[in-house]
Design a protein around this ligand. Structure first.
Ligand code: ZN
Length: 295
């Protein structure tokens, strides 16, 4: 499932391709993706609208369009769900089987393909209003983070997935950040010491920043049809090296040796999702040995 870095990479890729383009027609092939917006409403709103801007909030894509003589602004919210992909094709190219939404842009068409239909493409913006701070923004301070964690009895791994705490982190980057910070995924959020909170806050920002930088340098196949992955989620373009293995330190590395200590990476299920961790680097007793001050 795509998380903040994957969506950010997609936004940076699509932004120049969409900017200034006018939508001439709207084809809704899977109405489920529209949420509370009807196909008719979407068609009526988007037809003849022009793309002004594309940005990201959490795991959501925010398309800003303008329409009509009075240049009315329209906000369109996209979410890739589990398997969504967005890309442009030449107007005459055949559509993939699971094309859910197609926008006619003249010489090209914008395709939202989604094999499992958990994605969203809607004029309903309520989901955005509930989101917590952006983890890479100045609003997400260590203090704000510490206060929110103090109020929670949930295991820290589960709490990190709460989009109202901080927006955009999913299973992969929650596991990666906890490993970098050396914190057990089972530890109750409110039990983290202030040093642990600070380490985790830094680890979240580092893991996300590095992933965005990596995804911005690698040649990706945005349609996702190539071999798995230099960058999780998108397909790797055929000319690009496969560095998937080195990039993620614990996620999807069950039984493989930890890069730091060599211990086999473990996996267990937390809130119906797999958590990957190193039992040694993330041991709850790691800092509780005699003579070592607990941090
Ligand atoms: Zn380790």
């Amino acid at each position: 499932m795509p998380e903040l870095p994957e969506v950010e990479v997609l936004v940076r890729h699509l932004r120049p391709l969409l900017q200034g383009k006018t939508i001439r027609g709207v084809q809704v092939r899977r109405e489920r993706l529209l949420g509370r917006t009807s196909a008719r409403q979407l068609g009526r709103t988007l037809r003849d609208a022009r793309f002004l801007q594309l940005s990201r909030r959490g795991k959501f894509l925010l398309f800003t369009l303008c329409k009509g003589a009075e240049a009315k602004t329209v906000l369109l919210v996209g979410h890739l769900g589990m398997t969504g992909r967005m890309y442009l094709l030449p107007a005459g190219a055949p559509l993939p089987k699971h094309a859910a939404i197609v926008l006619d842009l003249g010489a090209e068409k914008f395709v939202f393909e989604d094999t499992r239909y958990f994605g969203r493409f809607t004029l309903d913006i309520r989901a955005i209003e509930k989101l917590g701070p952006e983890p890479l923004s100045p609003e997400f301070t260590a203090d704000v983070f510490a206060k929110a964690l103090k109020a929670s009895r949930q295991a820290i791994k589960i709490k990190l997935l709460d989009q109202s705490l901080v927006a955009g982190i999913g299973n992969i980057y929650a596991c990666e950040a906890l490993f970098r910070a050396g914190i057990s995924p089972r530890l109750a959020a409110r039990k983290l010491s202030s040093k642990q909170v600070l380490r985790l806050w830094q680890a979240i920002r580092q893991a996300l920043t590095e992933a965005i930088e990596f995804g911005s340098t690698v040649s990706l196949n945005q349609a996702g049809t190539a071999e798995r992955d230099g960058f999780f989620y998108f397909g790797r373009a055929s000319e690009s090296d496969n560095s998937y293995q080195e990039r993620l330190r614990v996620y999807d590395r069950w039984r493989e040796p930890c890069f730091v200590c060599g211990t086999a990476i473990r996996r267990y299920v937390q809130a119906a999702r797999s958590t990957f961790y190193c039992p040694r680097c993330q041991s709850p007793r790691r800092f509780a040995r005699p003579g070592l001050k607990s941090v």
